[in-house]
Write a protein that binds this ligand. Structure first.
Ligand SMILES: [Mn+2]
Length: 328
């Protein structure tokens, strides 16, 4: 596989805690690539496999996790809010789209990023490039296809219809980058149970509606029992190419917790790596070609972090092992 990897360092959440960390790191030193040193050391491994380092998607300083001192005046929840409300995430996805077209024309793009909405851009570039139907495999603790209005009727808080990290699949389906019945979402922990109120019922109805239209949703518990569900799902894909998107929260755990939204424990390392083998196997059996890949929702502030008890965060290490299994 001739591949090239790149970074999409968009960190634009207006969450006050993140804004504080960002400001604090801006006072120290900027990391021009948007990711910590430990990240750069780990991804170098990919160069040894012959993958090209394509650089970073151009990103405004204050929207990166490690801005420089001069960006400090713009690091404010209000500015970040403007970005979100002004469809900033969709515009950034367009930047990603352009970047992939320009830099990875003849390469399989592998994106390392933060906001899952960036996947829309890479996927769009891949969809345009592929001759023949494209399938999508998302490994994620959440089914990111529920419109904000419906998702937020379940939880607190409102929101507009703008694309973001929690609803980008909705745009993927609406823009027909991938057909609803050519998508598999595996590892979810948000599958609706019995609805206890109106908001929950709305969420459940929408969620199950997408499943009825053909998206294969596999619960985390289903992946823990055996690799059969993923083998069946991939075996049933009517496609030629496949794009694989990994949300780091799918392995959220004690030393694999460098994902932005960590609201439930993810798959264990062994289960996850086994899953990689099963995906590789079923993709080959089905004759699918990997057209692109990404690793998203990485938390740059937690990647490679050393804990007080001597342990170290291994999120990226485990995901890189998983990628090795998939492309073998
Ligand atoms: Mn996600």
């Amino acid at each position: 596989m001739k591949a090239g990897y790149f970074r999409a360092p968009l960190e634009a959440l207006d969450d006050p805690a993140r804004v504080m960390i960002k400001t604090a790191s801006a006072h120290r030193n900027a990391r021009p690539n948007g990711f910590p040193r430990s990240f750069e050391t780990s991804v170098k491994k990919l160069r040894r496999s012959g993958f090209k380092d394509l650089g970073s998607v151009p990103t405004p300083g204050h929207l990166m996790p490690f801005p420089s001192k001069r960006d400090i005046p713009l690091i404010h929840p209000e500015y970040l809010n403007f970005f979100a409300q002004g469809n900033g995430f969709a515009q950034y996805a367009e930047e990603v789209h352009r970047f992939v077209i320009e830099k990875a024309d003849k390469l399989v793009p592998i994106m390392f990023g933060i906001d899952h909405s960036s996947t829309f851009g890479a996927l769009k570039a891949v969809a345009e490039k592929c001759a023949g139907p494209l399938a999508l495999l998302v490994l994620d603790a959440h089914f990111d296809a529920i419109p904000v209005a419906i998702r937020s009727s379940r939880a607190e808080g409102a929101g507009g219809d703008e694309m973001g990290c929690g609803n980008f699949l909705d745009s993927v389906f609406k823009e027909k980058l991938v057909r609803i019945d050519r998508a598999i979402v595996a590892g979810v922990s948000d599958y609706p149970g019995n609805a206890t109120d109106k908001g929950e019922a709305k969420f459940k109805k929408y969620y199950e509606g997408l499943v009825r239209k053909g998206t294969r949703v596999i619960k985390k518990s289903g992946l823990e029992k055996s690799t059969d569900p993923i083998r069946e799902a991939i075996g049933g894909l009517k496609a030629k190419h496949i794009y694989i998107s990994i949300d780091a929260d799918v392995i959220a755990g004690a030393v694999t917790g460098a994902s932005r939204f960590y609201d439930s424990a993810g798959l264990g390392e062994k289960t996850f790596l086994n899953l990689g083998g099963a995906i590789n196997d079923s993709i080959k059996k089905r004759g699918l070609v990997i057209a692109g890949m990404d690793v998203m929702e990485l938390d740059p502030y937690k990647l490679g972090l050393k804990f007080k008890d001597g342990r170290k965060d291994r999120t990226l290490e485990v995901i890189l092992k998983f990628i090795e299994r998939i492309i073998k």
